[in-house]
Write a protein that binds this ligand. Sequence first.
Ligand code: COM
Length: 521
Amino acid sequence: MTTAIDVWGDYFSIAKWQAVVAEALESGDSKPIANINPNDSREFDAIFLGGGAAGRFGAAYCRALGGRVLIIDRWPFLGGSCPHQACVPHHLFSDCAAQLMLERTFSGKLWFQNLNDKMVSIKNIVELFRNGRTGPHAVMNYQSKEQLGLEFVLNAEFSIVDPQTIQVGECQFQAKNLVLALGAKPLVAEIPGARLKGVFNSQTLVENLDYEPANTIVVIGGGKSAIEYGCFFNATGRRTLVVARHQVMPMIKDVESRAYAILMMEEQGMEFLENAGFMAIQGDSQDKVKSVSIKTPSGIINVDTDFVFLGLGEQANSEQIAQILGLETGEKGFIKVNRHMQTSLPNVYAVGDLTGPPMEMFKARKEGVCAAKNIMGQVSEYKAADYPDFMHTHYEVCWLGLSEEEARKRYGNVKIMKLPPDNPNGFDVGLPAGDRMMLYLMAKPRMSGFQKLIIDGDTRKILGAFHIGYGAKDGFQYLNSLVKKGLTIDDLADMDELFISPSYFIQLCRLRAGDPHFKNM
Ligand code: COM
């Protein structure tokens, strides 16, 4: 690697990293950026191929346990797809959707500008992200180098010589263990016309969008990314039609919570077409999308559009690696691992999106840490289960544990606490008066969200929780852990709420907690 940029021993500020990453991305320069300690002669305990959430957290943990690790990544930054094409833009777009829903709800009132019938630019927001993402990139590199002391080679193409040897340029690196953390990519749709210009997925949207989509967008898929991106497009003022082969949002298991989420999306103008059969995307003479045909139970419909978004799930970045190493793979190329994150080859581990769903940050990071512990001689097992989950619509939707329906199948004495309460006005009451919902509460009460707690009336233990509104994501992370440890209505009643109607049901539980035979509320 004679031509590498050697950064070892030099202090790199966040601003300096930002410039280095921007330059590498803009120029397409493939000169590796090497941060390797020349004074450490120990063999690497592990090479992490891929420095995203799984690789970076695994490497940091290995090092924390006293190991020597090297991360190799083809991008000039650590953090993987998260800061580049996945979580960070997704959160930006979701923030925009929430902000735009507020602006549209109060359009022309109070201090709000008049957004009625106005579209805002999608291209500008995408460009804002594209120009700003080197900030998060730089933070990743700074933290990894200056604070965590990680060794890495970035901006580097690599090849696998054998499970202990990785080649970068003319240089070979050897390690006792190999950890594959190469991530996943959006599934390619088997839909006629899916390769036309104007058909995007979450990656190509941020990389390639170079025009302003017109006023109708078709989203194909019914899962998280289809809905989350769809709500963003809709919030920009465009007609947004979500077309799913089956149901939309099947992951929100609680029937009432899902219904509220869908109702509010529909009130924002989202259109859903479920159980859609054959679909085809038609192009014009320049291979640019011009319409989509969809087979519905009541016949074929055609929708004119210049922008189609595919949110169809992910497939593993495993093609070459699985073949070279002869690894066992499953559906969509996901690498098979045991609970120690070991692949079918000794001393070869796989972590993160490469091992399959859930394609979530916490799962990637925890799998990285699990592999690290095993590599360093601790026995560790991990399988993502019983985790809290969320989805961004125009709102944040969070949930954990069992839905009401699931709970009733398993328990004989299920109690429910919810806001708004069952009442003749339906949702037209200003409850829950949750975090960041106060304007809605006063002026558009039906939009002020939905909360539901599911409790076993016999043991008083919390079985599940659902929240639609804002500000609950953070709390649900902690709440889930407490619920798994047996949190009861009485424990919740004893907490200290920081808001009138806290996102975690503290006040409702306190109102009922004294009663040994408490009722629904
Ligand atoms: C966050 C990436 S953007 S990582 O999980 O911290 O590596």
